[in-house]
Design a protein around this ligand. Structure first.
Ligand code: IMP
Length: 408
C-alpha cells in the first residue's frame, strides 16, 4: 500500500477509462485519505457517486467523494457547471450527519451556474434531436453552450443582481424554443445559495497554486469517463465537458507538468448509459447477468445500464489520452460465474474481434490479496497489463471499502 501511495506523487488524478460509472468512488475513498486536498474539475450533477455515511447510502452529484475526510479542503474548479440547489442539498445531507463542510469548501469564481431552466432546455433539445443522446437532463449541455457562447453566468455573480440577465435569457428562450423561465424560482435559488455559499466563492487557481508551493498533495477526482470526452470520446454521444486528465488540469488551472500520476478506473467488463456506439455490448441473457450481478442501474437517473465485455482498445486509448500510470480494475467479482470471458481486441471491418479468456468459476468476493485470486482471475488481470502496458495497482472484489486488492 505504502509503495503504491508514494508512487502517486504530489498531484494525482483519478479518471474513468470507459463511459463513466466505472466505480471511481472506492479508489477515491481509499486514496483521498492520504492526500491533503480534494478537487473536482469539470462536469456537474450528471455525475453520480454513492457515498455511505454512517451505514446509510447517499448519492452525491457535485461534491467529490473524498469530501467525507474531515479537515481536508474540497475545491470545486472552474471547469464545473454547478446547480446550486443540488449543492445545497448535498451540503445539508452532510450536515445532518454532523459534518459541516462549508469551512473547508471553496468554489471557483469562474465555475458556471446551472439554472433550473437549463434542465428544461436540455430536455427540449433532446426532444428536437433526430437521434437522441440520452442525456441525464441535468442541464449540462445548455450550461456549456452558454459558456462557449460567452453568455454564461459564473459563480462570481452569485452576490450580484442578475435579474436583468435572466430577463433577457427568458425572452430569447421563449422566442427560440417556446420555453418560459420562472424567474422567481431562479432568484430564490440564487438568494438561498448566496446566503450559504457566498463565503466559499473564491479564486481557486491561486488557492491551488498556494497549496502546491506549500508542498501539499492534491487529488483530482475526475467525473464521467474518457469515452464521454467532448473532444476524444464517441462524439456526438458524449457529455459537454473534457473528462480526461488534461481536461481536469485545465478545469482546475493546474499546469500539465504538475500531474505526477493518473489512476485509470476500468470495470472488468463494460457498461454505458445513454445512446451511442457500444461495440462490445451484449444483449439477452449474458447482458442481463452482468447487469444483475453488477447492480448496473444509473446512480443519477436510475436507468438500467447497457452491459458488455471489456474492450482492450478502449483501455489502450484511455491510457494514451490520460497518461495512465496505474489501473484500478473494478468489479472483478461480477465475472465470477462466467465460463469464458470474451474480450474485444480490435476489429475486422465493423465486427469486433474477441479473444476468449477462461473464466475462474469461483468466488473472488472480498479477496484482498492478489495471490488468493484463482489462477484464471490472475491471468485476466495480467492480460490487461500486457495488452495496455500499464500495471494494475488496485482490483475491486466487492462493494465494501475493504473489498479491494492493492497489488503493488
Ligand atoms: P449529459 O452529460 O447529461 O449531457 O449526457 C451526455 C451523455 O453522457 C449521456 O449518454 C449520459 O448518459 C452520459 N453521462 C453523463 N454523465 C455521466 C456519468 O456520470 N456516468 C455515466 N454516463 C454519464
Amino acid at each position: 500500500m505504502q509503495e503504491f501511495l508514494s508512487s502517486l506523487g504530489q498531484v494525482s488524478a483519478i479518471i474513468g477509462a470507459q463511459w463513466g460509472d466505472e466505480g471511481k468512488g472506492k479508489a477515491t475513498d481509499i486514496v483521498s485519505e492520504h492526500f491533503d486536498v480534494i478537487a473536482r474539475a469539470c462536469g456537474g450533477a450528471n455525475a453520480g457517486h454513492t457515498i455511505v455515511v454512517d451505514g446509510q447510502k447517499h448519492i452525491f452529484h457535485l461534491l467529490p467523494s473524498g469530501c467525507l475526510h474531515e479537515g481536508k479542503p474540497v475545491v470545486l474548479g472552474a471547469g464545473m457547471v454547478i446547480h446550486l440547489p443540488t449543492l445545497l442539498e448535498e451540503i445539508n445531507t452532510l450536515k445532518e450527519f454532523g459534518m459541516d463542510i462549508l469551512p473547508r469548501l471553496t468554489i471557483s469564481n469562474e465555475a458556471h451556474i446551472i439554472f433550473d431552466y437549463y434542465k428544461e432546455l436540455d430536455a427540449k433539445l433532446e426532444e428536437l434531436r433526430e437521434q437522441g443522446i440520452g442525456t441525464t437532463k441535468r442541464g449540462i449541455g445548455p450550461a456549456y453552450m452558454e459558456k462557449a457562447k460567452r453568455s454564461g453566468i459564473r459563480m462570481e455573480s452569485l452576490n450580484k443582481d442578475i435579474s436583468g440577465e435572466l430577463e433577457s435569457a427568458a425572452k430569447e428562450l421563449n422566442k427560440t424554443y417556446g420555453l418560459s423561465i420562472n424567474s422567481d424560482t431562479e432568484m430564490t435559488n440564487l438568494k438561498n445559495a448566496q446566503e450559504v455559499l457566498g463565503g466559499c466563492v473564491t479564486d481557486t487557481v491561486t488557492q491551488l497554486h498556494g497549496y502546491l508551493k506549500e508542498g501539499k498533495t492534491i487529488l483530482i477526482e475526475g467525473a464521467q469517463g474518457t469515452l464521454l470526452d467532448i473532444d476524444h470520446g464517441t462524439y456526438p454521444f458524449v457529455t459537454s465537458s473534457s473528462t480526461t486528465s488534461s481536461g481536469a488540469l485545465q478545469g482546475l488551472g493546474i499546469p500539465p507538468n504538475a500531474l505526477k500520476s493518473c489512476i485509470g478506473i476500468a470495470k472488468a467488463y463494460c457498461t454505458r448509459v445513454g445512446e451511442g456506439d457500444f461495440p462490445t455490448e451484449v444483449e439477452g441473457e449474458a447482458g442481463d447477468r452482468l447487469r444483475e450481478r453488477g447492480g448496473e442501474y444509473g446512480a443519477t437517473t436510475g436507468r438500467p445500464r447497457r452491459c458488455g465485455w471489456l474492450h482492450i482498445e478502449d483501455l489502450q486509448k484511455a491510457a494514451m489520452l490520460n497518461g495512465i500510470t496505474h489501473w484500478n480494475i473494478t468489479k472483478l467479482d461480477v465475472l465470477d460465474d462466467e465460463d469464458e470471458i470474451p474480450v474485444g481486441v480490435g476489429y475486422n471491418g465493423d465486427e469486433v474481434i474477441y479473444e476468449q479468456i477462461q473464466g475462474w468459476k469461483a468466488s473472488t468476493v472480498g479477496m484482498t490479496k492478489f495471490d488468493e485470486l484463482p489462477q484464471n482471475a490472475q491471468r485476466y488481470i495480467k492480460y490487461i497489463e500486457e495488452k495496455t502496458g500499464v500495471p494494475v495497482a488496485l482490483i475491486g472484489t466487492g462493494q465494501g471499502r475493504e473489498e479491494m486488492i492493492i497489488k503493488s
